[in-house]
Ligand binder design. Structure first.
Ligand code: TRP
Length: 372
């Protein structure tokens, strides 16, 4: 008897490992979230958190709901917070830095507007912290090229370069990311699913460093991922939300621009609004978006709108988004009047990150016998 499997089964088989890893990571994240709730206030450094963004353009509602809000939530629970402006990661997949200064400034503005408090959190940039970058060298010695070529994100990014040669920086950026996380001994890394392989790589580097260079002493602790439970949002055209597709609602957009964006969003021809992510992805996406801002289930919003159709749904969504971003936008406007303050935040944060990185690098050099 010949065994045949369908293409879907084949695909499921192919991704079974990834899905199992993801399911396990979700479970661990839930436990971690619980521990943070219980213990962060009394023992903040135990859950020190690091995360960051590439300054490549304006942040959108997906960033706000999926990561910014969560960072602020953790900060407010007393978790020690490091937020990285990953400027060296900009040049992993493009030849030019573009308007890097502008993007960095805008990113910091969005951090501050969202409620990241520079008194309690350290906001810093890669390029301003030399000791962090130096850690990449010993960490590279603990990593093989096979391992890096296997990294799913590196593979995907390579596919996106459309056959252009792969830069050494793109190949090694998971190692750089390990330095981002380990320089400050972060224990918690809140990221999306696509970043899981990097945190795995970071864990391997921490382990290997301790074994090979530190005679088994725990110089570095393996960090844990904190996965967001916010569902993935689509763009206004129903496709993956991305800057390059022009289908985003950006945090810096005005209320009117937002209304226009939502008015132009794709829906379908069925009048009655129901929540069906598989059958009606565009409508479901709008319901999800409103639900996240209103802290209400998409099903209940669907019920409220009912026969009101796409037009009424869009009114509800517009109101939810504009109301939800009102404070953020007001603070953005205030910060626009004080660009020097934004620069000072970044400079002070980078100075603080430098102190931490220098301490870690000194330990690493001492452990490796490199003190002359
Ligand atoms: N690669 C991340 C992204 O594209 C940004 C990032 C850089 C990061 N270094 C990090 C995230 C360290 C978490 C930890 O979103």
């Amino acid at each position: 008897m010949t065994m045949t499997i369908t293409r879907d089964e084949f695909r499921a088989e192919l991704h079974a490992d990834e899905n199992a890893t993801y399911a396990a990571a979700r479970e661990r994240s839930a436990v971690l979230d619980h521990l943070i709730d219980e213990q962060a206030a009394s023992d903040p450094s135990r859950f020190r958190m690091l995360t960051g963004d590439r300054p490549t353009g304006p942040l959108h509602v997906g960033h706000y709901l999926g990561s910014l809000r969560n960072r602020v939530r953790l900060q407010d629970k007393g978790v020690e917070t490091f937020v990285l402006v990953a400027d060296y990661q900009v040049i992993t997949d493009r030849d030019v830095v573009g308007q890097i200064g502008h993007h960095v400034h805008e990113l910091v503005v969005d951090y501050l507007a969202a409620g990241i408090d520079p008194e309690r959190s350290t906001i810093f940039a890669h390029s301003a912290v030399p000791a962090l970058n130096q850690l990449v060298l010993p960490f590279l010695s603990l990593t093989t090229d096979t391992e890096l070529r296997r990294n799913p994100t590196v593979k995907d990014e390579l596919a996106l370069t459309g056959g252009r040669p792969l830069s050494g920086l793109l190949l090694t950026y998971p190692v750089h990311q390990a330095a981002d996380i380990l320089f400050c001994h972060a224990r918690v890394v809140p990221v999306g699913r696509d970043q899981l392989p990097h945190v795995e790589q970071t864990r391997a580097i921490a382990r290997r460093f301790n074994e090979r260079y530190a005679a088994g002493h725990s110089v570095f602790t393996e960090p844990e991922v904190l996965l967001s439970d916010v569902p993935l949002l689509l763009g206004t055209d129903g496709q993956k939300m991305s800057k390059s597709r022009g289908n985003t609602i950006n945090l810096r957009d005005s209320a009117d621009e937002t209304a226009a964006r939502i008015r132009g969003a794709r829906t379908d021809s069925e009048r009655r609004i129901t929540f069906g992510p598989k059958a009606r992805p565009e409508v479901a996406n709008l319901l999800t978006l409103a639900g996240l801002f209103l802290d209400e289930s998409p099903e209940s919003i669907a019920e409220r709108v009912g026969n009101g159709g796409a037009r009424q749904l869009k009114e509800v969504v517009t109101e939810a988004v504009n109301e939800g971003l009102r404070d953020h936008r007001a603070r953005r406007a205030e910060l626009a009047r004080d660009p020097a303050f934004v620069s000072t935040v970044l400079r002070d944060g980078s100075a603080r990150a430098n102190e931490v990185a220098e301490r870690t690098l000194a330990t690493v050099r001492a452990v490796m016998g490199m003190t002359y």
